[in-house]
Design a protein around this ligand. Sequence first.
Ligand code: OAD
Ligand code: ZN
Length: 242
Amino acid sequence: MIENLENTLKKAKKFVFLTGAGISQESGISTFRGKEGLWQKYDPMKLVSAQAFRDDPKLVWSWYNDRRRKILAAKPNAGHVAIANLQNHREVSVITQNVDGLHHIAGSRDVIEIHGNIFATKCTKCDFRGNIGDEFSDLPPSCKICGSYLRPDVVWFGESIKQDVWKEAVKRSMACDVMIIVGTSLVVSPANTLHFYAKNNQAAIVDINPENTPFSYEMDFSIRQTAVEGLSRLISIFESPF
Ligand code: OAD
Ligand code: ZN
């Protein structure tokens, strides 16, 4: 099976990585689900929905500030770096549900952030979009154009992924030879449908996750290791001199 996986990867030209919170776990950033996950401690409906922001903008903003601080203190791990290094050998796209920007920092050039980015903002009323630096205010900043609150430019529960972003993610998934799914529980839709588009193109589907997911049965290969372990092994196939 392992040799078979090696051959499949070596033959493939176009790779898509679909990543979730688990790839950043070894950078010290909490996942959402599972024993240590954020949703054990916090009620998502009170923090990551437009209603929650209307009800208590200060609470939501301060929770995002805490997450931003943790992310700013984190570095990409060997898993992010392995994906970036694969660009030296193959065509690589990254579709991530993460908002932490660590794929970019690791050097991945083609990253589609389907759930947005935690350092980006958008106005709650008009079309203004901006970015925040490392100075965090207690209250959400006001829009320079209309004075309304700015919110994080991320996808909250009950909201849709931007149409052009989603279209691009589907396009890449339909065109790849291998899709490698790393560190996602595959319970959030529509991200958990992308592997179907890849399969329709006869792509091989691989998952790297210490745990099973609801779609494990769909995988051609499952690597039951952490992102760092699994991705380091994967890149070694391309970087070994033999
Ligand atoms: P989850 O927290 O749901 O799942 C994390 C997955 O990572 C689980 O399957 C773990 O088994 C796995 N995992 C944990 N540690 C790992 C490691 N070191 N290496 C590899 N895998 C590991 O995170 P997501 O699937 O990303 O949405 O969650 C999807 C979406 O739900 C998030 O984008 C967020 C959340 O609500 C929004 O904010 C819209
Ligand atoms: Zn505005």
